[in-house]
Design a protein around this ligand. Structure first.
Ligand SMILES: [Zn+2]
Length: 316
């Protein structure tokens, strides 16, 4: 298990809601599809690092700051010998290098070279590690995770890991035989809480409550749900999956506050958000049971005891 797990990016969660609840422009639909692909590429990479056999600590998705400058690491692996940093890319199709520049074969147009990204991230990490009083070697790699990716004239030994090289790359990492000492663990403990969630909605289209379709959406496929069994279970007619209504209510309150952080969670607001498909009594009951009530009478609103904007909040 990773020392720090990857969360679904905040803006992807918001975009997911928008994709369900409004008509996205073609550009936004493409952007959304790319973010989904990017995230699933990173998840695929996580499933590989999970299987590492050497003694190591894996920290996924770190958003850090050094000297006022923000930087992001897709994956950091702490081993006895060095730190490995990875930038994971989900490029598809054929690309080539020419005069140190990266081009997309089909259009012959230059594209942004992820090697610059990883170089900046490595330099920032080096400064941070130094600031924290450690002295580790850092090795950086750009991983192209999609099988449907070809790169011509790639500079050799440049830290590029092509899909066909993943196995040999991680065999090399697995051969590290040294053991982690308490400095490694302390470093991991210290750097983990330095991660600041990225709540920016950069590149997310403009939205407001009135423009979004109200209703109960399926956790699994995002379709709108119309069938409710005895007020206890939601049944999706598209994917046939079921969810407990209590879970659905919490999930929709979570979605609402994610989209409108300046608003308050009230039974009326969530009832409206769900297009009055769920009974207001049931919503009130679930909120009283699992959330903290604030204010009285018509000014009553609720707050999550521990708001997690990313994960699933399990309730019964
Ligand atoms: Zn469904």
């Amino acid at each position: 298990m990773a020392f720090k797990e990857r969360e679904k990016p905040f803006r992807l969660l918001v975009m997911e809601s928008l994709a369900n609840r409004m008509d996205l422009s073609r550009d936004d639909r493409n952007k959304y599809a790319n973010w989904v692909k990017g995230y699933s590429g990173e998840m695929k990479f996580d499933s590989i690092t999970e299987q590492l056999k050497c003694e190591c600590l894996v920290l996924n998705d770190l958003y850090l700051t050094v000297r006022g400058k923000k930087f992001q690491l897709d994956t950091l692996v702490i081993t006895a010998k060095c730190l490995f940093v990875y930038e994971v890319k989900n490029f598809e199709g054929e690309y080539y290098y020419e005069n140190d520049k990266l081009y997309f074969e089909r259009t012959k147009k230059e594209v942004f070279d992820p090697q610059y990204q990883i170089k900046n991230a490595e330099s920032a990490l080096r400064q941070l590690v130094d600031q924290m009083g450690y002295n580790w070697n850092i090795k950086k790699f750009v991983v192209f995770i999609t099988n449907d990716f070809t790169l011509f004239q790639a500079p050799r030994n440049s830290g590029i890991v092509l899909p066909g090289m993943l196995k040999s790359h991680f065999s090399m990492v697995n051969e590290i035989s040294g053991r982690l000492n308490q400095n490694h663990y302390r470093f991991a403990e210290e750097i983990k809480p330095m991660h600041m969630e990225d709540f920016s909605l950069h590149n997310v289209p403009y939205y407001e409550n009135e423009l979004l379709k109200k209703g109960v959406t399926c956790f699994y496929c995002g379709s709108f749900i119309e069938v409710f069994k005895k007020n206890r279970t939601c049944i999706c007619k598209y994917c046939s999956k079921e969810e407990k209504v209590s879970q659905t209510i919490i999930r929709h309150a979570q979605e609402y506050i994610r989209l409108f952080p300046e608003q308050k969670i009230t039974t009326a607001a969530i009832c409206n958000w769900c297009d009055n498909r769920l009974s207001i009594c049931r919503i009130r009951y679930i909120f009283n049971k699992h959330l903290t009530a604030k204010g009285t009478g018509r000014w009553r609103y609720y707050e999550f005891k521990k708001l997690d904007l990313f994960g699933i909040i399990e309730v019964n």
